[in-house]
Design a protein. Structure first.
Length: 426
């Protein structure tokens, strides 16, 4: 063996170490921590009251049916995926009675969960849409800017969250979208905005719709949490349905990761609502041109599970019950954490009346006001680092905690950690 092939530099020696992903990297760090009290509130993944991942009972039943069906084979799916899955997914988000669906103006393609759906939609827009700027809320899910940039779109922020009020910066949002160039794409979280947990009211959605339609802005909905905000699949799709009801065009990326607990199955859908059936059919032909060289065609198993559940009335009903139970457990975690912090604040007040201002600070009501999987606590990077170091609590550095990862036994530990963090770090 020559010296050069032995221990000479690799042809990749210039490759620098990339940072861990800001969300998935939290799980990597958590897994390395040997301390048994550790708690992972990073990634948005549902855990039971026992702290375990949950496979829905309805998913187990659907899988059993699939396994028992000897006629099922493992052939390639078409480029756009499983037809039944696509039809049912469109109905789920746009409503069973959607006129756009009845008029065949919607094309739906199965993609690799929410992320893949966003990416395919973005690649399509970069190739076939005249405006290449996409406006994303500030803040937003950390992967959004990367997905859109890599697809060839240019990303700009619009104001969304006001840290002072811990609510929606509605005025800022209207101003920024009002100043966007006509035709620009606007990314909207269909419900349960990540990371803030703050959604517009229906009235505010209506104003956003009017403004966007008047300026010809193109809505691109990211629907990763349908059913998780309110517990109702229909209520959580209201924003999207308002935009579709006006006859205008839009895109929607759906994920079944959270609401069916199919995280690792990577099952989702991209729908594009068009003005006419003819346009929709040509759009679909071009989506195939995006998908074929990217991953050829999507995986069959997860989509089959979803199709079985969505098409069978009993299974569908069972799903809605299990989904509501997940949403309710998250809401109960909000209440428990809020109560624990209130109680701590009170105790602290009694002991140290002179330093009230450094106790678990006054108002934690945003914990119960925010909706969806996450609480945007307002804790800063140093406080988060402190909680991880001292209490082995893992969360994203922006202060977001996944309420779905919490359980009653861990609430006191989390409340202690938050209390200590805000008391010791300004
Ligand atoms: N959109 C949003 C808003 C979102 O929060 C996620 C995932 C996705 C899309 C994509 O999910 P997929 O698994 O591709 O269907 N969010 C959680 C997980 C992650 O970051 O991958 C999270 O924020 O923790």
């Amino acid at each position: 063996m020559s010296a050069s092939s032995d221990h000479q530099d690799s042809v990749f020696s210039h490759v620098v170490q990339a940072p861990e992903d800001p969300i998935l990297g939290v799980t990597v760090a958590y897994n390395k921590d040997p301390n048994p009290i550790k708690l992972n509130l990073g990634v948005g993944a549902y855990r039971t009251e026992e702290g375990k991942p949950l496979v829905l009972n309805v998913v187990r039943r659907a899988e059993q049916m699939l396994v028992n069906d000897q006629s099922r084979v493992k052939e390639y799916l078409p480029i756009i995926g499983l037809s039944d899955f696509n039809k049912s997914s469109a109905k789920l988000i746009f409503g069973a009675d959607s006129t756009a669906i009845q008029e065949n103006r919607v094309t739906t393609v199965q993609c690799l969960s929410g992320t893949g759906s966003l990416r395919v939609g973005a690649e399509f827009l970069a190739r076939h849409y005249h405006e290449h700027t996409i406006y994303i809320p500030q803040p937003t899910w950390g992967n959004h800017p990367k997905i859109f940039n890599l697809a060839g779109l240019s990303v700009k922020p619009y104001r969304y969250y006001n840290p002072q009020t811990r609510g929606l910066d509605f005025q800022g949002l209207l101003e920024d979208l009002g100043a966007a160039p006509s035709g620009a794409i606007v990314l909207l979280h269909a419900c349960a905005h990540n990371p803030t947990g703050v959604d517009p009211t229906l009235d505010q959605w209506e104003q956003i719709r009017q403004l966007m339609r008047s300026k010809g802005l193109l809505p691109f909905f990211d629907s990763a949490y349908q059913g998780f905000a309110s517990g109702s699949l229909d209520a959580d799709a209201q924003s999207v349905r308002m935009f579709v009801a006006d006859g205008g065009e839009c895109l929607a990326a759906q994920s079944y990761a959270k609401n069916m607990g199919l995280y690792g199955e990577r099952v989702g859908a991209l729908s594009i609502v068009c003005k006419t059936a003819d346009v929709a059919s040509r759009v679909e032909s071009q989506l195939k041109m995006v998908i074929r060289p990217m991953y050829s065609n999507p995986p069959i198993h997860g989509a089959s599970i979803v199709a079985v559940i969505l098409k069978d009335r009993d299974l569908y009903n069972e799903w809605t019950v299990e989904l509501k139970a997940m949403a309710d457990r998250i809401i109960s975690m909000r209440k428990q954490l809020f109560d624990a912090l209130q109680a701590k604040g009170m105790a602290y007040k009694l002991l140290f009346t002179l330093v009230i201002h450094v106790c678990t600070p006054g108002d934690w009501s945003h914990i119960i006001k925010q909706i969806g999987m996450f609480t945007f606590t307002g804790l800063n990077t140093e406080q988060v680092a402190f909680m991880t170091r001292e209490y082995h609590i893992y969360m994203t550095s922006d202060g977001r905690i996944s309420m779905a990862g919490l359980n009653s036994r861990k609430v006191p530990h989390l409340a202690d950690a938050i209390h200590a963090a805000v008391a010791s770090i300004a």
